[in-house]
Design a protein around this ligand. Sequence first.
Ligand code: PLP
Length: 446
Amino acid sequence: MNTLQEQLQADHEYLIHPLTHPTAHQNPKIWVAGRGSIVIDAEGREYIDGLSGLWNVNVGHGRAELAEAACNQMKQLAYYSAYVGSTNLPAIELARKLSELFYPSINHFFFTSGGAESTESSFKTARFYWKAVGKPEKVKFISRMKGYHGVTMAAMSATGLPAYWPMFEPRVPGFIHIESPYPYRFVNPTPHLSDGVAAANLLEEAIVREGPDTVAAFIAEPVQGAGGVIPPQDDYFKRIREICDYYDVLLISDEVITGFGRTGRWFGLEHYGIEPDIAQFAKGITSGYIPLGGIGVSDRIYEAIQSVPPEQRWMHAFTYSGHPTACAVALANIAIIEREGLVQRAAEVGDYMLRRLQELYALPHVGNVRGKGMMAGIELVADTATKAPFPASANVGVRVQKEMTARGLFTRVVGDTICLAPPLVTTYEQIDQIVQIIADSIEATV
Ligand code: PLP
């Protein structure tokens, strides 16, 4: 496998990519190196990593410190399970550290290998909780359109991006979707209320329709990511929390993208002054250097887990829960975030990024520019006055992505929304380059 052509041929013959189809991945980039916010392909070309890998490389590429943390732990003890009768020092230390960083009421942590396992763990814990406190009929889950929670069976059923469903139907019963708050496009059915409250009230409607005694939890990303970077209205989550409290419905915050500084706070709901009952995380906890995820539960849920008789115990487990090497890398990653002040940096550079991106409104087809910290979405439309989208056949998203790649920015486009989530270490100069490349690419496309 020497030449690039041979490598690409082998990729084509043997590797099944995520979201695969013969029309996609025809000429994937073979990434071979990275440093900071730059990734380098097999031809030696450098690109700005506009999406931090897949929203996860928060501390940037090429951190020898994280490799050393993994290497040291592997030499000492690469793996042992955390099943009954076993534990390990990095997992203990990481759980203790997370109890300092997470929302005040969330002090107990279970580890997984990634986001979807975390979603499953949240759902099962929510059902467990209601059974433990004597409300076993509370089993349904409500989520939002444009939400993304992973692709395992229950996570896919909660995910509100219909493209993920058809060939895997039927979805798990008991999963209900409500509309995304989507400030740019939300049509307020109750104009005497703010858009945020009206959008949140759709949750109340759904709970009442389903029967409050049957609903276990509502799951939401603080900022919808894979759906096109959609921060909600500022008053949305406060009303969501009120509704969840009123109807005894748990609130699960999916912080797989928004956790660990991405939005300019350690965790996304901090922006909105509320706390969830369960917070799930993955990606940024290790900056993607090694797979790790997990959930944190509130004290009342933890008490319920502790309170049941042995035969009702929380029979939930993964081989890699509390993986020592992954936990050691997470601790080293968090140490970098703290030492370099990357959460505050994400807030400051993120503000700058959003302000600079808003200059794109000068271009004819830029309909909406939105963001929070180091996450931003630029939605292109056929007509900014009516917000009419481009017809799918125009392939605007795919075309603009090609233009950006050709100019040295590698990122993701969802529909016609350019998504950005560069590493938290991205410099002001790199932000300027990103904005310039996007502007040039839009002009070259539409
Ligand atoms: N939840 C959110 C908010 C995500 O963005 C993702 C992945 O992008 C997931 C869950 C699923 O994570 P994974 O791909 O690690 O299973």
